[in-house]
Structures are given as structure tokens and as C-alpha cells.
Write a protein that binds this ligand. Sequence first.
Ligand code: GLN
Length: 191
Amino acid sequence: MKIGVLALQGAVAEHMRMIEMLGEEAVAIKKVEQLDDIEGIIIPGGESTTIGKLIKKYGFDSALIEFSNKKKPIFGTCAGLIILAKEINGTKDIHLGLMDVKVERNAFGRQRESFETDLEIKGVAEDFRAVFIRAPYIMEVKNDVEVLSVFDDKIVAARQGHLLGVAFHPELTLDPRLHHYFLDMIKEYRR
Ligand code: GLN
């Protein structure tokens, strides 16, 4: 399978390494035309305002919405989750607006700008080492969004059909279980 990583800004190489570790082909996506060749895409962590601007500039906004309409899976991590969200607390500037979640940016405060913790993630792991870096969290979920993980009473992982969003960076550890889960989602939607 060919899996894309949106390569406009952020932790691109690390996600590609994880996909390759799982024996699949990783493609750095820089042009919308490349979306036709891949089965699923990861939107990495980074800075959501920057990624959001570049998405518009290069026409990825409508292209990724179309990609999603075809039920091709999308996995947003950290800033990528913010890009997927239908609502961002305190602003009307949403990006793709695909997933029925409301997120709060930089939500863990100053003392916890960046930290690591072990998470239980439904269907994935009981002890997933998660790295949070100026992370958002999910304040509210709607419709058929399934909550996969909660930390400190905050939702930090969720799935809605072919969409997966997590508040942390699963590509910075060498634990491939969450990427494996995403590959299983792709296989499920291929049928
Ligand atoms: N704080 C960033 C934002 O709001 C997200 C940080 C990250 O992706 N590690 O976009």
C-alpha cells in the first residue's frame, strides 16, 4: 500500500519512517495530484496555522475534502488534528472542517507545554507512550465520533469512521501500534 504524509510543514520524515517500519510505502505529498496515488494520508504535527495556510495556498483544502468524501482514511496528529476539526475553540478560522470534534489549541498550559505519559488507547494499546508538544485536546465530540483515549479528563484520541485524530505525536517513539491501527483502517475502507 502507498500511504501519504502531507509534507507542507512539521514532523513528516518521522511518520514516513513509521510507515516504512510497517513494511508499506510512504510518500511525501507536496502536490494535490499525488493524492490520486495513495490509499490514506497522515497530516502531521507542526504548527496548524502554518499548515493551514499552506493547505489553502496549494489547493489542498478542496482536494483533501474530496479525498475524504471518497472515504479514504485521514490521520491527523497534534496540529493535524486541529486541521481536521470542525470547530476550534475561540476562532472561526477552521481548516478542513471534516471531523465532528471541537478542539482547544495549546490546551495543557505552560507547565505542561511538553510531556510524556502512558495512555490507554481503545483498540490500540494499554500502555502507549505518548509525547505531547504544545498539544491540543478535544473538548467535545459529536455524532458518531468514538472516543479512544482520555487523559486528565481530556479527550486525546478519537475516531470517526475513516478519520482518526490524536492530540499527541505517535511518530516520535518507536511504537508502531497506532500507525498499524491506521493501516487497518485503510484496509477496512478499501473493501
Ligand atoms: N501548538 C500547535 C498548534 O496549535 C500544535 C503543536 C504540535 O503539533 N506539536 O498548531
